[in-house]
Design a binder for this molecule. Structure first.
Ligand code: ZN
Length: 220
């Protein structure tokens, strides 16, 4: 197979996978209406779900292909939240995919008073620590405010995921599958956090987190 055909086949595979994960997230109520967007690095650019598209009914061929200046190369016009993905990719060389959702429990936590802005959700389970680590809060910005890109970029070098205040999470991963699984782990842990708000709770302690870091080589 020539290099060009190989790149094309890989892009098509990624398009199919975006549509497949999109449908799965939509079907389980993790992306209501046309909310949420998925992206993947491919070739010398990246793929992003289109604007006003339901993740439940994506046409793989219509998924937007962009360059690193944000220009549309092919497909439908991209999500208006493209800049938020780009801000994270620019600071995380190892991020090959990004999932952004307005999922209920994560979004609910993003609206709470009194959050620790450096770490919004306590380390309730080892799975949350392994897949998300520390989750910082990005201060509120109106939809489309370009200053949001700078605020995400400032945190993205050190964090694979951030929570946008009064909005929802942005989660990166080495692959789309990894980013989706991490976003799901975040949503489930946000749910636990809300369930346990009035219940005396023991989160993992520092020694238990250190054990996870050394056993699994976590960089958090
Ligand atoms: Zn959003």
């Amino acid at each position: 197979m020539s290099a060009a055909i190989h790149v094309h086949a890989e892009e098509n595979r990624q398009r199919e996978q975006i549509a497949e994960f999109g449908r799965s997230l939509f079907d389980r109520g993790l992306s209501a209406g046309s909310s949420g967007n998925l992206s993947v690095r491919v070739g010398d650019g990246w793929l992003l779900t289109p604007t006003n598209a339901s993740l439940g009914r994506l046409d793989p061929a219509a998924i937007s292909r962009l360059d690193w200046d944000g220009r549309l190369l092919s497909g439908a016009p991209p999500s208006k939240e493209a800049f938020l993905h780009r801000a994270m990719y620019q600071r995380r060389a190892g991020a090959n995919a990004i999932v952004h959702l307005h999922a209920t429990h994560s979004a609910a936590v993003s609206c709470m008073c009194g959050l620790d802005h450096d770490d919004c959700i306590p380390p309730l389970t080892p799975y949350f620590v392994m897949k998300i680590g520390r989750l910082p809060l990005v201060p509120y910005h109106r939809p489309g405010d370009p200053a949001l890109a700078g605020a995400i970029g400032a945190l993205a070098a050190k964090h694979s995921a951030v929570l946008l205040a009064n909005h929802g999470p942005v989660v990166s991963g080495a692959s789309l599958e990894a980013a989706v699984y991490a976003a799901e782990e975040l949503e489930e842990t946000a749910k636990l956090f809300l369930l346990l708000r009035d219940v005396p709770t023991r989160a993992l302690d520092a020694a238990q987190i250190d054990e996870l870091k050394s056993t699994f080589g976590l960089d958090i």
